[in-house]
Design a binder for this molecule. Structure first.
Ligand code: LFR
Length: 462
């Protein structure tokens, strides 16, 4: 089975190895392996288990080889902002921290004591979130300056996996943009800010664009996995959202009038643009300008997405209730609940009891309090749809032309009730799919880089 592209997609809860092939203009996907990803709390910190993730990735690759796939290339995408540090000999310094580590609490407030938020936004175009690498590095420098002093290179999570596969250490543009340390217009490191923060400048390496080869796999990886020695690792849109947006079937020439909603734990709502929007209005409305494939910009809002529903379901499951999606959504569609919540309110970030957090919010905001499970689900879905409406209105006020249609991609687009509520709230057509947008975008970029396709639009995705 020739010309296979392997997408390795790491999410906050699981990682996957997916094989992709393009035959007769049609893309075929095969999910080879899925493994869990956990956040590990140790001492006062929360880490990713990088070593086990690396091992699981190799297990998945090995299974693909055993299944008979002849792998041409590999592309890796992950969540944003997190990174690992290498020492001068190329060894990993400690386990990479997880962005939910509380060490960045209060860091933005401290940094913005001496930095103007508006000026900073005009340069970086990134929505300030404590989880961003800028604040992680600030907190790390404060807590253990020695670590930064002895580090030679900073590699974002997909860069780090690629490094241990190839020995090439560089920083892919899309993932680097989530650091808040990139100049949005120039697509290069913000050296002035890096210096001002006191971060060693040698940590930040060459920025490579999606589609760049990171070289062949190391002989030791070929021996361990059975991969051909000339298997390349391609830098794809290595921020998962960038790969997902690459898979959106925007009608040709109309991308700026079509919004996307990458729907999963987070809801990422925005448009793909050629250049960033760095105005004060964009900053105030909470928009971020992250890097996209082709050096483009994804101008979007990070909205608390299906996280609230995922937590509710987990809680009900732990209490022994039946949490099959179908019946729950059926009950929700029959609910007449009028109560709504502000999904982005910090009370929903990580409450011990999500049901209680929703009930308390409704009570204190004079909203009808949900009673049944169906009411709770409907309350969350209606609130998400209302939040998307607000986001589209804010986009319309910043763009030259109003949004004409919304593409919902990712796992969340399977929620037909939410799609319907969103369409009703927005009053524009909603197009659902692809579900596997991230893996598809990852594979299409590899196929393009390897010269198998000229343009992603040639490929039919069923
Ligand atoms: C989605 C995502 C978002 C980012 C969040 C944390 O998986 O990549 O784009 O804001 O994870 O990094």
């Amino acid at each position: 089975m020739n010309n296979t592209y392997l997408a390795i997609d790491f999410g906050g809860g699981s990682g996957r190895v997916i094989a992709g092939q393009i035959t007769g203009g049609q893309l075929h996907l095969d999910e080879i392996y899925r493994f869990s990803n956990r956040q590990i709390k140790m001492g006062n910190h929360i880490y990713w288990d990088f070593l086990s993730l690396f091992e699981e990735m190799k297990n998945g690759i090995r299974l693909a080889v055993q299944k008979g796939y002849h792998v041409t290339s590999i592309g890796i995408d992950t969540w944003g902002v997190d990174f690992g540090l290498l020492d001068r000999a190329g060894n990993l310094l400690g386990n990479p921290r997880c962005y939910r580590d509380p060490y960045t609490e209060g860091a933005p407030e401290e940094v913005f004591k001496t930095l103007s938020p508006s000026e900073h936004y005009r340069e970086s175009g990134i929505q300030v979130m404590p989880i961003n690498s800028l604040f992680q590095l600030y907190a790390m420098k404060k807590e253990c300056p020695d670590l930064l002093e002895c580090a030679d290179k900073l590699l974002f999570t997909p860069d780090l996996f690629s490094y241990f596969l190839t020995g090439t250490a560089n920083n892919e543009y899309c993932i680097a943009s989530t650091s808040e340390l990139i100049l949005a217009k120039e697509r290069s490191w913000n050296w002035e800010l890096i210096k001002r923060m006191g971060f060693p400048s040698h940590l930040f390496g060459e920025i490579v664009m999606p589609g760049t080869s990171r070289g062949n796999i190391l002989p030791s990886i070929a021996a361990e996995t059975g991969l051909p020695a000339d298997t390349q690792v391609i830098a794809v849109g290595s921020h998962d959202t960038a790969s997902a947006v690459f898979a959106v079937p925007f009608p040709e020439g109309k991308a700026s009038r079509c919004a996307f909603l990458s729907s999963g734990t987070w809801s990422l709502l925005g448009v793909e643009l050629d250049e960033p929007i760095l105005s004060e209005e964009a900053r105030q409305a909470g928009f971020t300008n992250e890097g996209c494939t082709g050096g483009k910009i994804k101008f979007l809002q990070n909205i608390t997405g299906l996280w609230i529903l995922q937590r509710l379901m987990q809680q009900w499951k732990e209490a022994g209730a039946d949490t099959s999606y179908g019946p729950l959504l059926q009950q929700a569609s029959e609910s007449q609940i009028s109560g709504m919540i502000d999904v982005d309110n910090p009370v929903f970030t990580n409450p011990a009891d999500m049901e209680k957090a929703i009930a308390e919010y409704c009570l204190s905001h004079h909203q009808e309090v949900p009673v049944t499970k169906g009411d709770y689900v409907m309350c969350v879905l209606k609130s998400l749809a209302a939040r998307y409406k607000k986001g589209i209105e804010q986009l319309n006020s910043l763009l030259p032309e109003p949004i004409q249609q919304l593409h919902i991609i990712g796992g969340g687009c399977q929620n037909q009730l939410l799609n319907r509520l969103t369409e009703e709230a927005l009053g524009i057509p909603v197009i659902a799919g692809p579900v596997e947008a991230t893996a598809i975008g990852n594979i299409l970029m590899q196929a393009q880089a390897c010269g198998a396709i000229k343009n992603k639009n040639e490929v039919h995705i069923s």
